[in-house]
Design a protein around this ligand. Structure first.
Ligand SMILES: Cc1ncc(COP(=O)(O)O)c(C=O)c1O
Length: 484
């Protein structure tokens, strides 16, 4: 099958793309899912591989019965798919699975690297980072230097390479590592990883890349960019329920002590002492792994590798331009981050409609247009505050006020539309039309909603209960009734 045909087949394969929900007008229709930066939908053929594996299920770490042997083989295969997908030479790199997403990987690496090189007490982090690639480093290291981005106000974003150079020159071999995102989860701004690696390696620092927002959107080559450690979440690349993945140079892993201990990662244990294994990835995978999730993730990566991530990127670039220009052209709509022509970006677009709080935009897009977007600060509070600074000042709000009250929280955020492989041109047309529609009847919409919690909104008359949408108990009830 050609790459193009495979890509088309995969695009049509996602579970839940067309799930129907009710709207205010009393109708029911298929949703438009534009919340992929939070979590992507499941790719059906990968789910089927995981489902089939369950008919052979057994835990790994044994060769002596058929199922355990099969599980071990399939789990090894999943590790190989991870390496192949990020173009990491297996001689030099090792992949392992950790936790339920990228967060586990960052905590592990921060804990281990800070102990391994205590004489290098400084780590660098960009101001764009998701809290998951910021707080673990703050927690485990003596000093964190935050590297600013280029531009200002609404166009802030994209790592400022001149400032980064100056910071490397100032702190030199005191720097243990730099942790940067491959692409922002707020604006999609892409980091020039090869250049960052060169700067880091010139002073003997490691480069940790948060690929959570890049992995499903653009090709990644660890070999080419000489990345030391790369971390991503399987649920952000079409395998919800899969673990986080860490790919690291073997040299780095061999130089650190594993941060997690337990079964499967030791050669022997006595009451007085224990001997962690030198075998990778076992040394980094304490406990019974998420085998099904790992295999489903391996299946997604294999399929996308065959289809070609360059083709995925090509498709998305056109869609980004269309959505960015479409939203930007609507009167009263602000879009955030550098222009796509200035800094390359992935398919994540944060925006606000004048006079709408971010929570109201997300609620009204859902209730009136069946469009699912996320809102808030997206666990990137410092970055979002910087992007919103001018607009908040204009409202007499201090963006940096700690513990802001609910009224401020309601203003301090954005709506975010984020694309996936399943996103169609028609989805984006619907988004642009829906935003135009809301912007054009602001007073009516405002009168129909009331605030809830610190930044939410709910319609005064249209409130389907969560259990009307999906209810595990109802499903179990059906099962019990049918088997009675
Ligand atoms: C850029 C980025 N890094 C890290 C994370 C954390 O991922 P997880 O919650 O899967 O651990 C996210 C999640 O939204 C993200 O967008």
């Amino acid at each position: 099958m050609s790459n193009t045909a495979l890509l088309a087949k995969l695009q049509a394969s996602f579970i839940g793309c067309k799930t129907e929900y009710p709207t205010v007008d009393g109708k029911r229709g298929p949703r438009v899912y534009l919340d992929s930066a939070a979590s992507t939908l499941m790719m059906a053929p990968a789910y089927e591989v995981g489902h089939e594996f369950l008919t052979h299920y057994a835990s790994t770490h044994s060769e002596l019965h058929y199922a355990a042997r099969g599980a071990g083989h399939a789990f090894d295969w999943a590790h190989e798919q991870v390496l192949k997908f990020v173009d990491a030479n297996p001689e030099q790199y090792c992949s392992f699975f950790a936790g339920s997403g990228a967060t586990a990987g960052f905590n592990r690496m921060a804990a281990s690297l800070s102990c391994a090189r205590p004489e290098r007490s400084i780590v660098l982090i960009s101001e764009m980072e998701h809290h998951s690639n910021d707080l673990p480093h703050r927690h485990h290291n003596a000093q964190v230097v935050h590297v600013p981005c280029m531009g200002e106000f609404e166009r802030y974003g994209g790592l400022d390479m001149d400032k980064l150079r100056a910071i490397f020159a100032e702190h030199g071999d005191k720097i243990n590592y730099i942790a940067v995102t491959g692409a922002s989860n707020v604006t999609g701004a892409i980091t020039p990883l090869g250049e960052v690696a060169e700067l880091a390696h010139a002073v003997g620092a490691y480069l940790i890349v948060d690929a959570s927002q890049m992995i499903a959107h653009a090709p990644v080559s660890m070999d080419q960019a000489d990345i030391d450690i790369l971390v991503f979440s399987g649920h952000k690349i079409y395998a919800p329920g899969s673990p986080g993945a860490v790919i690291a140079k073997k040299d780095v892993l061999n130089a650190i002590k594993p941060a997690e201990l337990g079964g499967g990662m030791v050669d022997d244990v006595y009451l007085e002492e224990y001997m962690p294994t030198a075998t990778l990835p076992d040394r980094e995978e304490a406990g019974t792994p998420n085998i099904v999730g790992g295999i489903m993730l391996g299946a997604v990566l294999d399929l996308l590798h065959r289809a070609g991530m360059d083709k995925v990127r090509e498709k998305e670039i056109g869609q980004i331009d269309f959505a960015w220009n479409g939203l930007k052209s609507i009167e009263g709509v602000s879009v955030y981050g550098p222009e796509p022509a200035d800094v390359p970006r992935t398919g994540t677009i944060a925006f606000n409609i004048k006079g709408f709080d971010h929570g109201l935009t997300a609620a009204a897009l859902n209730d009136y247009h069946n469009i699912q977007v996320r809102n808030g600060c997206f666990c990137a509070h410092p970055y979002v505050r910087e992007l919103l600074k001018r607009q908040l000042w204009e409202m007499d709000i201090d963006p940096d006020a700690p513990n802001a009250e609910a009224d401020v929280e309601r203003k301090r955020g954005m709506a975010r539309a984020s694309l996936g492989l399943y996103t169609t041109q028609s989805d984006l047309e619907k988004l642009i039309e829906a935003v135009r529609d809301l912007a054009g009847r602001r007073d009516e919409i405002l009168s129909l909603y009331e605030p809830i919690g610190s930044n939410g909104y709910r319609h005064k008359h249209f409130r389907p209960a969560a259990t009307d949408l999906f209810d595990p108990e109802r499903l179990l009830g059906q099962y019990l009734a049918s088997s009675a």
